[in-house]
Design a protein around this ligand. Sequence first.
Ligand SMILES: [Zn+2]
Ligand SMILES: [Zn+2]
Length: 385
Amino acid sequence: MNKIKNSFILFITALVLCLTGCLPNDSDSDISVVSNVGDKNSNSSDIKNTGLLNIYYVNVGQADSIIIQFPDKSSMLIDAGETINNAVINKIDELGITKLDTVVATHPHNDHISEMPSVLKKYEIGNFYLPKVSHTSNVFETMIDIVSEKSINVKEAKAGETITVPEGFKCDIIAPCGNNYSSLNDWSAVIRLVYGNTSFLFTGDAEELSEREILEKGYNVSADILKLGHHGSSTSTCNDFLDAVNPKYAIVSAGKDNSYGHPHKETISKLNEKNIQTFITYDCGTVTATSDGNNIYIKTESGEATESVGKNEISNNTLNDTNNTSDINKNNKAEEKTNYIGNVKSKKLHRENCISLPEEKNRIVFDTKEKAYEQGYSNCLNCNP
Ligand SMILES: [Zn+2]
Ligand SMILES: [Zn+2]
């Protein structure tokens, strides 16, 4: 118990030192990011768009971990999953990252910080953001011990903070808005990243209480891609929040057959009703979203293959493989689809823009769903036509 107390005192000390700017490596004094708070017209087309932003929603089972790599190769990590085969570290290494400029532990639940101690130990860390709440788990203690040993620069994750990102990007923390929650989930740091005309919302495990606070505070939450709160649980993604975010794509980070039943079917039906295409990591593997500031391209590890429906060329060798790539062109929003694609082998029925379309030779086109059902087809779980 003493150890826990000591750790937490160290944590608070580090936090206070950091907030008062006394740590020698506090390099955050020249923040050039403009806060987007309350700005309803978020699309900053005046900023210079150079290069590609890559966001990896890492397949870490029933857990969360997101790696963001900016065009200048600086990087951000949001959560570090459950320790499954070192999935987070393996992905960081695969991307050639040796320094994480920003690390965020959205909240201290194990499914968000289990690999964090190893990550903090292994890489050079710029700023480490975490909400001002402690936890009594071994993982949390170990994490705080490493922060203290390595004198990592800790910053408080709370609404109103901005995260330093390269020029041309904006990154705001919009939750937690308060400082007293009964559920650790509502302490989750919620982060909105904007690049040109594209935007992304990362919600940790924030639940309806936090979502409502964010809306009450008037923060701009609109985003093209929403990482659903709390692994797609029905306790998150309330209707008002989903309406305000108004995403085109949703990502659920969840493990196959998890004991919580995540994502909950109520959440998935909400997304389907609004024609929001959803990617679940247990189906798709790691999901990669790439933005050039105007268009977003999504690639999954496991998609059977889709054509890119992109109108604009992205010139970068990371996108050479256009298989498995789908594109949102902001100026050419997906229309209501009149055709459905069946997979003659698996008897699954897909929307035309599903990421999991079968190979050309295994396709059959239906003009109504009913005709497909008559022939024994059932809905693809991913696009749920
Ligand atoms: Zn979680
Ligand atoms: Zn949680």
